[in-house]
Design a protein around this ligand. Structure first.
Ligand code: ZN
Length: 213
């Protein structure tokens, strides 16, 4: 097998701190409210109906959170630790996230595992930052195929690691609500860079470590 020891594998629940982004969100809430009122009328509902009269405001607030990642640079999230160096594989798994599919504006919800092997200079970042970068990139109109690439791009830009592995598994409401496939079906996407790209055993080991069930 591979020679990554010592290796650090943690679950995201231990790593992710609460960092609300609503205050810095670039979402224009009055404009969202107007658009949702128009949307309600367009689908044939009455925007003044008691049950939905507050809906535009609620949607605008929800979107301020769900799309807050648009105004955050994912590389800035991955600040290297000044006094720490690493060599082995560092993997955070079971990073739960919710994102919005940009094709249908419906949620896709799942979990990610993000791992890397530090580069020649040993640069590492805090464990919570690996979960945080997934959250930042999930909180924007997204597709799952690009999400894994963007997480890997951010890690490469911030840390110059010798290898990056990103695994995402998610259920897409645009698939399961619209009867294309049966509910509960999931989509898996992966991105392997650097030493993982040319090493099937390393990829297999990461995929095994990424599983939490
Ligand atoms: Zn979709």
């Amino acid at each position: 097998m591979t020679n990554w020891n010592p290796r650090l594998v943690v679950d995201a629940s231990e790593a992710l701190a609460e960092e609300p982004d609503r205050a810095t969100s670039s979402v224009d809430r009055p404009r969202v409210e107007a658009a949702v009122r128009e949307l309600l009328a367009a689908i044939g509902d009455d925007p003044e109906r008691e049950g939905v009269v507050e809906t535009p405001r609620r949607v605008a607030e929800a979107y301020a959170d769900l799309f807050a990642g648009l105004s955050i640079d994912p590389v800035s999230v991955l600040e290297p630790l000044p006094d720490e160096r690493g060599t082995g594989l560092i993997l955070v798994r079971d990073i739960q996230f919710a994102s919005i599919c940009e094709h249908h504006l419906l949620p896709f919800v799942g979990r990610a595992a993000v791992g890397y092997v530090p580069g020649a200079d040993g640069r590492i970042t805090g464990l919570s930052k690996l979960a945080r970068v997934v959250e930042v990139l999930a909180r924007r109109p997204q597709v799952q195929e690009r999400l894994v690439r963007q997480v890997a791009d951010a890690l490469e830009a911030a840390l110059a690691p010798s290898g990056v592995a990103v695994v995402v598994e998610a259920e897409h409401m645009c698939v399961t609500m619209r009867g294309v496939r049966k509910p509960g079906s999931t989509v898996v996407t992966t991105e392997f860079r650097g030493l993982f790209a040319g090493d099937a055993a390393a990829r297999t080991e990461v995929l095994t470590l990424a599983r939490t069930d």
